[in-house]
Design a protein around this ligand. Structure first.
Ligand code: HEC
Ligand code: HEC
Ligand code: HEC
Ligand code: HEC
Length: 205
């Protein structure tokens, strides 16, 4: 909790500055965020909940009526983030940065490109696949304890059982989309969100 409060605080201060001083401060903000966020990504997974894998989430999040979350994610770059690390380009980047291992075996690359990296095998369910890259649970938290229908239907209960929601995309997305990424592109978060948005359709009743 303290860490989260610290992150929010630092970011608020950083974006205040950013507002006044423009690009330079934005750059500094990214560095700040990079320093603070990296442990945060790993922390998400260390509260006893385990990963069930995108396919297991997709069982209930795939029809058009539900919002097609599974196919939207499958068609996004996030689902291919692990595959990307197998490319020549990735290996070249890793080598240039001085890593001796192929990118796909390098912790400093995996930490932003997959879910559940470094987790004990007991924390990874049978359907969980590291090959799925940045998947549902990377962003929504490991789902073993909120995946049941009874819990999922009650948002507060789901959150108590590990579901992570985000009301500030800017702060959340730059946890990975920051200058620590060797190929960093300073994307507009609102536009980026439109590319991967997967809302539940509003119904009449
Ligand atoms: C057994 C079916 C089922 C499974 C499995 C399931 N969900 Fe859900 N989920 C639901 C239902 C039902 C809702 C309630 C919203 C709705 O009516 O569509 C929901 C809601 C959500 C919400 C929105 C919460 C809110 O109220 O704003 C998120 C995010 C979510 N699920 C993510 C996941 C993730 C990630 C997984 C895999 C770890 C997962 N779900 C697995 C059925 C399921
Ligand atoms: C856990 C780290 C992580 C988080 C959090 C994350 N991303 Fe990504 N994102 C990636 C990686 C890694 C890639 C590159 C995948 C690839 O090309 O193989 C990527 C790629 C993308 C792309 C495709 C970029 C392109 O040039 O085609 C979009 C769009 C995107 N992310 C949007 C978002 C948004 C919006 C958020 C916040 C809601 C977000 N991401 C949060 C890691 C992350
Ligand atoms: C801080 C998080 C982070 C780290 C660490 C990271 N990446 Fe990425 N990576 C991303 C994100 C986000 C994207 C998509 C947007 C971008 O390029 O910034 C991406 C995209 C890529 C791409 C596709 C870009 C393209 O233009 O084709 C490659 C290749 C890649 N990363 C390789 C690596 C390698 C190799 C490492 C380790 C040396 C690494 N990444 C470490 C977050 C990260
Ligand atoms: C890159 C991060 C990221 C990934 C990957 C991701 N989500 Fe989300 N998801 C978000 C964000 C951000 C929101 C919108 C803010 C919020 O409500 O948390 C969201 C919203 C949702 C909602 C609620 C939509 C609504 O209208 O209330 C559901 C359901 C959901 N996601 C399910 C999934 C499932 C299932 C997967 C995998 C197939 C998935 N998400 C993958 C970041 C992600």
């Amino acid at each position: 909790m303290l860490l989260v409060a610290f992150i929010n605080n630092s970011l608020d201060i950083a974006s205040e500055f950013n507002h006044h001083l423009g690009g330079l401060m934005k750059h500094l903000m990214y560095i700040l965020v990079t320093l603070i966020f990296s442990p945060f990504i790993l922390l998400q997974a260390q509260n006893g909940h385990s990963f069930i894998g995108a396919e297991a989430c997709g069982m209930c999040h795939k029809t058009e009526k539900q919002g097609s979350q599974l196919s939207i994610w499958q068609n996004s770059a996030h689902s291919k983030a692990y595959e990307t690390l197998k490319t020549d380009k990735a290996n070249q980047i890793a080598a240039e940065k001085g890593f001796k291992t192929p990118a796909v075996e390098t912790a400093e690359c995996l930490k932003c490109h997959v879910s559940g990296y470094g987790m004990d095998a007991s924390m990874l369910g049978k359907k969980f696949k590291i090959e799925d890259g940045v998947q549902c649970e990377t962003c929504h938290g490991p789902g073993s304890d909120y995946k049941d229908m009874k819990v999922m239907k009650d948002k507060d209960l789901a959150v108590k059982n590990g579901l992570v929601m985000h009301d500030n995309l800017e702060k959340f997305c730059i946890g990975c989309h920051n200058v620590e990424s060797p190929t960093f592109v300073d994307m507009n978060i609102d536009e980026a969100w439109q590319k991967i948005k997967h809302s539940i359709p509003k119904t009449q009743n």
